[in-house]
Design a protein around this ligand. Sequence first.
Ligand code: SF4
Length: 277
Amino acid sequence: MNLSYNAWKTFCECPKKYYFKYRLKEAPTVPQNDYFALYGCLVERFFTMFSNIWRFNSPYMPENVIREKTARLYEDLLATSTVIWNAPFVKFSRQDILAQAQTDICAIMDSHNQNFFFNTQSEIDIKVSTSVGIDLTGRIDFIHENPLDKRILLFDGKGTDKIGKNIDPNQILFYSLLYYFHFKRIPDEVGFFYYRFNEFYPVHIDMETINTLRAKVSLDIKDIASKTFWEARPCTKACKYCDYRNTCIERLERASKRRKKSKMNIQEEGTVTLFGL
Ligand code: SF4
């Protein structure tokens, strides 16, 4: 059995959601729409290809080639994605998303003089076995080694337009923990790279942070290995993007209770106003 960062995060949020998604592998009961993921996936695919393959063939990639390769990657991405273009929240057309990604990729490549990616590897899979039969797994977006001082920078790419918001430092620290188990050292710097802003957002790391996370993950792994009942923990944040929210009894009961409570509050407020008159 594997435990990725996403699976671990899901377990911490709601064990029932984890059980449905990662153990039963139940199909989602809400319609899927990959619209929001398109931009980030596209930019990431470009840098993965450039870091792992293209840089060896073409040390400098001209802008027209960058744009052309990105357009081809986009076609492949669209072919394997589910996008409902007429959903109410869709603001940008399929062409807008490509144009934005091409512009941002060119800007990132330019500002780093493309050399940065010569010493960067992307999409590195790490698997670590544990004594309770659960393997910790993760795919690290980027590992960069400074050629001069050999310092290691480990970072995760983000496609969001909200820099520094809703970040979970544990995501990059989880990957750092895997890196530590595998390479027997912690990275020197870790953080998130925001493609739209061409900006790095650092996250603090030292041995104490890693040991604290290690202890927490270790307790959760034992819990997962011995668990026989997967309780639901309905809460606004976890349920909002849950694939099973339309059929989850606990969420529906909570929503119904909240509706009743809010109705009662409105009635009570009405009574107070009348009394005041
Ligand atoms: S809808 Fe909420 S309570 Fe139900 S499984 Fe999903 S996250 Fe858990």
